[in-house]
Design a protein around this ligand. Structure first.
Ligand code: NDP
Length: 264
């Protein structure tokens, strides 16, 4: 029986086991996918178990996406450029770290049918997921990227990875076509971003990486102002799907049941 894990701290909230175990069953694969809370000091030993083939692969979530890197042999281009690993597998004697958040975000944006080429993008937040979002946006040939974060230094630090981004003061709103909430504001139902959209036209895209709750105050506000809105559910499903394909060589089916697994 093959064994897969998602590791993080905290990990209780993770829906990865639900979705992976569903696909494992659907494809009649002899495997189980578990979640495991680790401390940073456990990482070396855990990853050594993948090298020893006691574990067949792992997803990595907050706060370890960067911290696992020293224990890996090879990084994909995506993981290297974003310094963020969410999927680990063992291939031809190498422990490989990959980042499927990028393809997850890219496919989710494409699924909105919102034309993104040459558009101005405004990102709120500069945490772990933001380098993946910027990498995907650059690949999709957007015209300009603005980033605003409560802790400005963290937004400035992103320039070490991506030189052509513009930093905006927290609370200011530049002209944009797409606004992305990549903060954790909204995870609690009452959470609110206090931004002034009074100069905003219509037909923008409000995208929230949060998917639970599915309709955050940020999305409600965008929608009430006459804009398109989308949550992060598809991003999550597509990143899981890409990891599943890497490990099992099968592209899993995305059906209504998969969506309902993530409706809490
Ligand atoms: P991090 O903890 O690395 O970053 C959190 C971000 O939120 C930082 O920019 C932080 O700002 C900001 N923030 C938190 N609290 C506040 C506040 N009260 N006021 C202003 N800013 C605040 O998290 P991640 O980047 O890993 O994840 C961010 C979000 O994306 C989470 O909600 C997560 O669930 C979601 N996510 C969704 C995915 C999906 O597949 N849909 C994939 C990955 C993440 P500061 O730097 O100032 O602390």
């Amino acid at each position: 029986m093959k064994k897969y894990f998602v590791i993080g701290k905290p990990i209780d909230h993770s829906l990865s086991p639900k979705i992976h175990n569903y696909w494992i069953k659907q494809n009649k694969i002899e495997a189980i996918y578990y979640k495991k809370e680790l401390d940073e000091t456990d990482l070396r030993e855990f990853i050594a178990m993948i090298r020893d083939k006691k574990i067949d692969g792992a997803n990595v979530t907050i706060p370890f996406k960067k911290k696992v890197i020293p224990f890996l042999d090879v990084l994909s281009k995506e993981a290297d450029q974003t310094q963020s690993v969410n999927t680990i597998y063992f291939d031809k004697g190498n422990l490989i770290g990959h980042n499927t958040d990028i393809i997850g975000f890219e496919q989710a944006i494409k699924a909105t049918n919102f034309e993104i080429i040459n558009k101005k993008i405004f990102i709120l937040g500069a945490g772990g997921v933001v380098p993946s979002i910027i990498f995907a946006l650059k690949k999709m040939n957007v015209s300009e990227i603005f980033v605003s974060n409560r802790t400005r230094k963290k937004a400035e630090d992103l320039k070490n990875y991506f030189n052509k981004i513009n930093i905006v003061n927290w609370g200011d709103v530049p002209e944009f076509d797409v606004i992305i909430n990549a903060t954790s504001i909204g995870l609690k139902g009452e959470d609110k971003l206090h931004l002034d959209y009074s100069n905003l036209g219509k037909n923008k895209l409000f995208y929230d990486v949060i998917y639970n709750p599915s309709f955050t105050n940020f999305l409600k506000q965008g929608s009430n102002l006459g804009n398109k809105s989308e949550n992060g559910k598809l991003m999550f499903i597509y990143q899981a799907s890409a990891a599943f394909e890497l490990w099992h060589g099968i592209k899993p089916k995305l059906n209504d049941e998969v969506f309902s697994l993530l409706s809490l």
